[in-house]
Ligand binder design. Structure first.
Ligand code: PSU
Ligand code: MN
Length: 302
């Protein structure tokens, strides 16, 4: 079999103990080296501090790993040849022996197949601005309509068209709840300004919804738990809007398309905010990973 579930993760799942899946694209393509490796370790430690077992997911030399050891984490963080794999890329990557970091779509797919119910990340992919011209929409959205995973995130990346993304999630039947907020978060910003229909306030509340999904049966689909970055740690909204507008113009001018768009814009923001966007991004991810561990623990404690 070309999927390998790390022993500690396998035992935890077998015994019904909490496990939190973590993606690797944010490590390989979303954060600068060498900070990315430190963050990978820090996120795993946060999951443990929250009482759960971390399972960072990636493909290494044609094997899908659910849970990585230190060598695996270092490979993903340090090897410049690591590809970016959406779920449609998994089969070719396995068959050709490729090495790649998994996006939200590929991570959620592999987590679901391994029986992991909670996944924490930064911000989801979604419908890009200028969608009517480029048709650029992340595969994250559709995949989330097909897996029974709870995804803790700070909304969708603010480089996207947020209202259009929320509309698509509604069409796809993906449950969206705000965590402690009536507004959908804005990734680097605590709020995108868009309302959410449901607000939950504790990990136990979220666990109850997962159990209700279990009891309902029927078509599977993810639940997005949208957890805002604390206001004190958000990016200055005025700076965000100004630099993002510049970044979008630069991407267009340089003809950046496809998989390269998201990493380009994240890096553009980082460079042109003197690292402030990186700090907000990390604050959001840390908060999500911590909450993911507490949700997984609450659900396992049923
Ligand atoms: N969130 C971050 N940094 C990232 C990403 C999300 O804080 O790098 C990644 C995720 O892996 C997500 C991907 O699935 O960006 C979306 O890329 P695209 O828009 O090309 O589908
Ligand atoms: Mn895309």
């Amino acid at each position: 079999m070309s999927t390998q579930v790390y022993e500690e993760v396998r035992e935890a799942l077998h015994e019904g103990r909490p496990v939190v899946a973590l993606e690797s694209t944010i490590i390989a393509h979303g954060l600068p080296r060498p900070r990315n490796l430190a963050v990978a370790g820090e996120l795993e430690a946060l999951v443990r501090a929250g009482g759960a077992v971390p399972a960072t997911i990636a493909v290494i030399d044609g094997v899908a790993h659910v849970g990585l050891d230190e060598r695996g984490l270092a490979r993903i963080a340090e090897d410049p040849a690591v590809r970016k794999l959406g779920h449609r890329d998994l089969a070719p990557a396995l068959a050709t022996g490729a090495t790649g970091a998994t996006t939200v779509s590929a991570t959620a797919w592999l987590a679901d197949a391994a029986g992991i119910r909670v996944f924490a990340t930064g911000g989801l992919g979604g419908v890009h601005r200028q969608w009517t011209e480029t048709q650029d929409e992340s595969a994250d959205l559709r995949l989330l309509s097909r897996v029974g995973v709870t995804v803790v995130c700070a909304g969708v990346k603010s480089i996207l068209d947020v209202p259009a993304t929320l509309q698509r999630l509604e069409t796809l039947g993906v449950t969206v709840v705000g965590y402690g907020t009536e507004h959908f978060p804005g990734f680097y910003l605590a709020s995108s300004g868009e309302p959410v229909d449901w607000t939950l306030r504790t990990p136990e509340d979220v666990a109850r919804v997962i159990r209700a999904q279990d009891a309902l049966g029927g078509p599977r689909g993810a639940m997005i738990v949208a957890n805002p970055v604390p206001v004190a740690e958000q990016l200055d909204p005025e700076l965000h809007d100004r630099i993002l507008a510049q970044g979008l113009a630069a991407a267009k001018e340089k003809g950046i398309t496809g998989q390269a768009v998201t990493p380009f814009l994240l890096e553009y923001l980082m460079v042109h905010t003197d690292g402030a966007s990186l700090e907000a991004n990390l604050a959001a991810v840390r908060g999500n990973v911590d909450l993911g561990a507490r949700i997984a623990s609450a659900y396992a404690g049923a």
